[in-house]
Design a protein around this ligand. Structure first.
Ligand code: PLP
Length: 405
């Protein structure tokens, strides 16, 4: 395992740099992951040798770009365990994916009095688009609470489901706490009342294999940049038959069948939701990232679980340090507080030691309010992190804690 990690690390050039004279210890992977050389090379190769617009040209470069673009869709489908790629729509990221579903599906399906069920641990990206469409359509947002351990209260969740529930949206994994939600069960319960289900997979895709058909949801999304790919690209998957019935989200070139001033008809999914020139380099970079990660996924998950276990044990020995979120199923994310210390101060002091973490509300203000805190310090590990880095974090925090008393 150690030699596997060493070889993973060599694939990520940034991990070789130093920060403030110390080796970089990058523990902000939940915010964005680092990129392997394979991704950097794929993007560079596309711009150096194959740059052309897709779907339109009859010349060779355009054909090559189109083939690479559409092959990337197949890579995404394979990554998500899907039998076909038609439901995979390229978007800017999870935020755009959820906005797309809220605006388009919501416009067509939500009515006054309908309920949208969310959970208290959602990222703002899975709250605000629903608030906006709920206001437009006279629907109501209902929120399933989270227990003190940071798990969705399943009993309460089930009680909140009713024939009024039109849509349920929840994270596969909490970005703030690392909780892995029981999404199959949550989907089954939502389906039992006839609701449509969206799973925000932003924090799951980079940690373990996602088999979408087994989840049973209607929509799933993730961001490329959290899955070792470029920023500005992500995926919305929707059941094709559902996508085909949804009105366009944005309109323009490439998404139309026929345009006439008397009226316009639209293509089916996925093109219906890909108006204009897409982020071709981003799509190609994303495919390279998924091709890189998929064969390493199982090893990565086992290694991350080890990092989580060791880091949790070590951090718990630090006096005054409290871990926020102790769900029984977690990915390698540890949120914590140190008595007498503001999370931002902890983050700044760690940075001086070359350790990058995230501090604040993690775009989960309602969750922080629910837990009675204003924010946390969060260390989030990827498969290229090492036990030595866990030691470095623990040693630095020991020192910082002494400064806070
Ligand atoms: N959902 C979750 C759970 C996230 O962690 C994030 C980003 O942190 C998002 C959605 C939004 O992702 P993006 O900013 O890539 O669109």
């Amino acid at each position: 395992m150690v030699s596997d990690v060493a070889s993973f690390r060599r694939d990520f050039p940034i991990l070789g740099r130093s920060v403030h004279g110390r080796p970089l210890t990058y523990l902000d992977n939940a915010a964005t992951s680092q990129k392997p050389q394979a991704v950097i090379d794929a993007i560079s190769h596309y711009y150096s040798f194959a740059n052309a617009n897709v779907h339109r040209g009859v010349h060779l470069l355009s054909e090559e770009a189109t083939v690479a673009f559409e092959q990337a869709r197949e890579v995404v489908a394979r990554f998500l365990g899907l039998p076909e790629s038609r439901g995979c729509v390229f978007v800017r990221g999870a935020t755009e994916a959820i906005n797309l579903v809220a605006e388009s599906w919501g416009r067509a399906h939500l009515n006054s009095g309908d309920e949208i069920l969310l959970t208290a641990l959602e990222h703002h990206a899975n709250i605000v688009p629903w608030q906006i469409i709920a206001e437009k359509k006279g629907a109501k947002i209902v929120v399933a609470p989270v227990t003190a351990r940071g798990e969705v209260d399943l009993e309460a969740y089930q009680k909140l489901l009713s024939s009024k529930t039109r849509l349920v949206a929840f994270a596969h994994v909490s970005n703030a706490l690392g909780t892995i939600n029981p999404v199959v069960k949550m989907t089954q319960l939502a389906k039992a009342v006839g609701a449509t289900v969206l799973i925000d997979g932003c924090q799951s895709a980079a940690h373990f294999a996602v088999d979408l058909p087994a989840l049973g949801c209607d929509f799933y999304c993730f961001s490329g940049h959290k899955t070792f790919g470029p920023t500005g690209i992500g995926v919305l998957w929707g059941r094709p038959e559902l996508l085909d019935q949804m009105p366009p989200y944005q309109s323009g070139g490439d998404m139309i069948r026929k345009v006439d001033f008397a009226g316009t008809t639209f293509r089916e999914a996925p093109e219906r939701f890909e108006a204009g020139t897409p982020d071709i380099a981003g799509v190609i970079g994303l495919a390279a990232a998924l091709n890189y990660f998929q064969p390493r996924r199982e090893l990565a998950h086992a290694h991350e679980q080890k990092l989580l276990q060791v880091a949790t044990e070590k951090l718990k020995t630090i006096p005054g340090l409290r871990i926020i979120g102790e769900a029984s199923q977690k990915v390698s994310v540890i949120s914590f507080l140190i008595e007498g210390g503001h999370p931002h101060d902890i983050g700044t002091l760690l940075d001086a030691d070359g350790i990058a973490i995230r501090t604040g509300h993690h775009c989960c203000m309602p969750l922080m309010k629910h837990l009675g805190i204003s924010g946390t310090a969060r260390a989030s590990f990827a498969f290229y992190n090492t036990l030595e880095e866990v030691d470095r974090l623990a040693a630095s925090l020991q020192r910082i804690q002494k400064m806070m008393v």
